[in-house]
Design a binder for this molecule. Structure first.
Ligand code: M6R
Length: 614
């Protein structure tokens, strides 16, 4: 979604802003812009398309952008098409504004402003904010005060960066429902939607709370909550660990696929005792044992790939602990007045921890105040809103995930969820130590099995050639592989733009079999598990109707390729953990198909990495 960068410094800041925008590209966007104050004027440049187009435009007259204070933005269109006039910053008089989020009541505010004589040049909700600040500044010529007066008039969730030509030393920022961090420098200060944008200039960050308004100058940072000045802690981070570049890989997505053995190993280390590997570490979620011992029901809330991880966890929770578990997409849950039963553990799964639907669904469960409610964030970003708003934080240690298509976040979510199942099972004595020991030992084989499955890359690349000109595709799985079929279909459609559906293979004859013909590739996840024989029967149904099968099967399955049936052998893995390993082939398949079709793999069209609007 939209990305904000801002800076106030002694040095020229245009390159800091542009580099910051490049580092936010992963969030997804369709236009970019910046404004720098120079010689008492706002110098603005905006371009549709990539940040590079903005860099090139700025390079035509770089001297215009030699300034010490400025704001920049990548826009993901919500109100108004991707067009130069809709790109940020938006300007009203001497004020420039960048905005992430949505102003829900912008239409009525716009009417009032038009009646006052303000002219609108864009279709955005943001322009309303610029004009409102301008209007209030006329009565209160103090930028901070004017912004403070505007905030209560705006409904919605947003983050803002604001500058005024008459206050060339002041950068004002607001966080209300959309992420924003302050980067603390020496004689210079910065703002951004994600600290990643500012790592070239600082490793010291302040995380604003919801509702905070801050005034940054070169040498000071003042933060206000409810009109009162407050202090926020400075966090020093290890920039090396948080930095992310593509290394020798062509795309972030491929790099992130290859990082999975290490990311899974790190996530396991957090919970498994290295001195006795058949035991969970004593300190793993130890201080939450009281809360976990009281839960009688699990409710999982998530979106997209994170939802698929939740679907796998449902099988695990119910099968291994016999605790009832429901899983629902957060965007539906939040609007259907759901019942949250007493003593529920509400697990919110999110890579970013900023997904608006997941956050709202969490807040809805909290508003109901059921007895014994325990909320848990399973999240890859320790400083996110989701982590702040939940009782328990269970991290995934995937490291920064830049590709819009989630890969290593998914497999680490699965592993962390299994660790949670084991913890709940052990705490509530729903699992004996033998079962626990067996699963822990199987978990520890995962990094090696993931590593071995990466060796399938070349074979899958060859397989992917058959998909290049296809229009539609089915992914089939049964039991624990059904969520992986859904995940495979999501990956393929989001990065290759081929229509794809995931189905529980037993459902084929209830409808989708009608789609099957020689032009429809059908990907099947076929580990040799308790559903294997049933799945083989489903494959026969397809084969008999001239469908072309692309099967990922266990080495031990003894499946052989034949006419219209291609087989890639996946390393043998226990049935319970097979979803983790079978994620790799579907990720690699989607990746290679997308590369072959020439799409923008890391930033697919219309999508954002972190979906901070509903
Ligand atoms: O950050 P989150 O895990 O909450 O994001 C949820 C979805 O937006 C995300 O998983 C999305 O579906 C991915 N692009 C899929 O690859």
């Amino acid at each position: 979604m939209c990305g904000i960068v801002g800076a106030v410094a002694e040095r020229n800041i245009a390159n800091i802003l542009l580099e910051g925008l490049k580092r936010l590209e992963y969030r997804g966007y369709d236009s970019a812009g910046l404004t720098v104050i120079r010689d008492g004027e706002l110098h603005r440049e905006r371009q549709v398309g990539k940040v590079q187009a903005l860099v090139d435009a700025v390079a035509i007259n770089p001297e215009f952008f030699d300034g010490h204070i400025g704001i920049a933005h990548t826009r993901w269109a919500t109100h108004g098409e991707p067009a130069q006039r809709n790109a940020h910053p938006h300007v009203s008089g001497k004020i420039a504004v960048v905005h992430n989020g949505i102003v829900e009541n912008y239409a009525e505010l716009k009417e009032e402003l038009i009646a006052k004589g303000y002219e609108f040049t864009s279709q955005t909700d943001t322009e309303v904010v610029a004009h409102l600040i301008n209007d209030l500044y006329k009565q209160t010529p103090d930028l901070l005060e004017a912004v403070r007066a505007v905030i209560p008039l705006l409904h919605g969730a947003f983050a803002l960066g604001i500058v005024h030509v008459d206050s060339p030393e002041e950068l004002i920022t607001v966080r209300l429902g959309s992420p924003l961090v302050i980067g603390v420098g020496i004689g210079e200060n910065f703002i951004a939607s994600d600290q990643l944008a500012l790592l070239p200039v600082t490793n010291r960050f302040m995380y604003l709370e919801e509702g905070d308004i801050a005034k940054l100058t070169r040498n000071s940072i003042q933060i206000f909550a409810d009109g009162v000045e407050v202090s926020r802690k400075i966090h020093e981070i290890d920039a090396q660990q948080h930095n992310a570049d593509k290394g020798e890989f062509k795309h972030y997505m491929l790099k992130e696929i290859y990082e999975q053995p290490d990311a899974v190993a790190r996530t396991l280390e957090m919970a498994i005792d290295s001195t006795n590997t058949s035991k969970l570490r004593d300190d793993f979620l130890q201080r939450h044992e009281d809360k976990l011992s009281g839960i009688r029901n699990i409710q999982i809330l998530a979106c997209g790939t994170s939802y698929h991880a939740g679907m796998v966890a449902k099988y695990w929770f119910e099968n291994l602990t016999r605790l009832p578990c429901s899983v629902e997409v957060a965007s539906e849950f939040r609007y259907r007045n759901p019942v949250v039963v007493d003593n529920s553990l509400v697990i919110c799964i999110s890579q970013s921890g900023e997904t608006a639907d997941t956050l709202s669904a969490l807040r809805d469960t909290q508003k109901q105040k059921p007895t014994g409610l325990v909320s848990l964030a399973l999240c890859n970003v320790a400083t996110s809103s989701l982590v702040r708003e939940t009782d328990i934080y269970l991290p995934t240690l995937a490291g920064p995930e830049i590709g819009v298509a989630s890969t290593k976040a998914f497999t680490t979510q699965l592993v962390a969820l299994m660790l949670l199942v084991l913890k709940v099972g052990a705490t509530q004595q729903r699992m004996d130590s033998e079962r626990l020991g067996t699963l822990l030992s199987e978990l520890q084989q995962l990094p090696g099995q993931l590593y071995a499955s990466l060796h399938l890359d070349a074979a899958i690349k060859t397989m992917s050639e058959s998909f290049e000109d296809k229009k539609s595709c089915l992914f089939l799985g049964r039991g624990l592989q059904f969520p992986i079929a859904l995940e495979g279909a999501l990956k393929l459609k989001e990065i290759s733009y081929i229509h794809a559906e995931g189905y529980a293979a037993g459902e084929l004859k209830h409808g989708p079999l009608a789609l099957v013909d020689k032009d429809m590739p059908i990907v099947v996840l076929a580990p040799k598990d308790s559903m294997f024989d049933k799945l083989k029967a489903n494959m026969q149904e397809v084969h008999a109707r001239h469908g072309e099968l692309f099967v990922f099967a266990s080495e031990s399955s003894k499946m052989v390729a034949e006419d219209r049936m291609h087989v890639v052998y996946v390393p043998d893995v226990c049935e319970t953990l097979a979803p983790v390993v079978y994620s790799i082939p579907v990720q690699l398949l989607s990746y290679h198909v997308a590369v072959m079709r020439g799409t923008d793999v890391d930033q697919p069209r219309n999508l954002a990495k972190s979906v901070t609007v509903e």
